[in-house]
Write a protein that binds this ligand. Structure first.
Ligand SMILES: Nc1ncnc2c1ncn2[C@@H]1O[C@H](COP(=O)(O)OP(=O)(O)OP(=O)(O)O)[C@@H](O)[C@H]1O
Length: 232
């Protein structure tokens, strides 16, 4: 049986633009199930990143609610929101956002240290994750010493460090050549199956989106379709 993980309930977001309100998201309504794999697609400026940021509690809807396992995240104090993000969410960005002065291993261990794990525990977990993403021998390299694909693998490992229920990825392959993008996508598909972690992947790439079982399409801030493979 599927269980609801996150629900966008009539989510709208607008920004003040001089004397006008710029409506970036309008009445978005959909639910993610535990362990689901979803693409958010739409042309540039359609509101994909804004929606992802609202889902991750990095931005607040102007109206509507985001519920995580039934609890409205906008009701959380900023401290509770930060704890929620730490425990339940992982983020992957187009540009890896790894800390340049730290090694791959240290970058992955960082969220665990912040959570209060011992250095030894954090290192062990980081090493396991490095092995899982195929970079067992690269732990001591700094981001500048890794290829673009390797950096994204480290970013994926870091996003999974806390064993989150939900990973939000904003154009995770947008900066990679086609072959590397395919490999990085395959890795995310495998990890979704293995760990039952829900992945939401924002992408411009229709071919990549077609590999995912569910696609949510935005057009000018409105949800125009939510397609599920194998369902009508
Ligand atoms: N902080 C902000 N203040 C004002 N306008 C904003 C802000 N953030 C986003 N916007 C506007 O909201 C709209 C949607 O932006 P968003 O980044 O969500 O789109 P996107 O679909 O992710 O685009 P892209 O694919 O190019 O990254 C754009 O018109 C953008 O200019």
């Amino acid at each position: 049986m599927t269980k609801e993980l996150l629900t966008c309930e009539n989510v709208s977001k607008s920004y003040r633009d001089g004397h006008h309100d710029l409506e970036v998201l309008q009445g978005i309504q959909f639910s993610l199930q535990e362990g689901e794999l979803v693409a958010i697609v739409g042309s540039s400026g359609s509101g994909k990143s804004t929606l992802l940021h609202c889902m991750g509690g990095l931005d607040k809807p102007t109206s509507g609610r985001i519920l995580f396992r039934g609890q409205a995240i906008d009701r959380l104090s900023s401290r509770a929101l930060a704890d929620w993000r730490n425990q339940e969410l992982g983020f992957i960005y187009q540009f890896h956002h790894l800390l340049p002065e730290f090694t791959a291993l240290e970058n992955i261990a960082m969220p665990l240290l912040i959570q209060g794990q011992s250095a030894r525990q954090a290192q062990q977990r980081a090493q396991q994750l490095l092995e899982r993403v195929g970079l067992a021998q690269r732990g001591q390299h700094r981001p500048a010493e890794l290829s673009g694909g390797e950096r994204q693998r480290v970013a994926i490992a870091r996003a999974l460090a806390n064993a989150p229920a939900l990973v939000l990825a904003d154009e995770p392959t947008g900066n990679l050549d086609d072959e590397t993008a395919q490999q990085v996508l395959e890795l995310m598909l495998e990890l979704n199956r293995e760990l039952q972690t829900c992945f939401v992947i924002v992408t411009h790439d229709q071919q990549l989106a077609a590999r995912l079982p569910t696609q949510v399409q935005l057009h000018h801030g409105k949800l125009v379709s939510a397609k599920q493979a194998g369902r009508t």
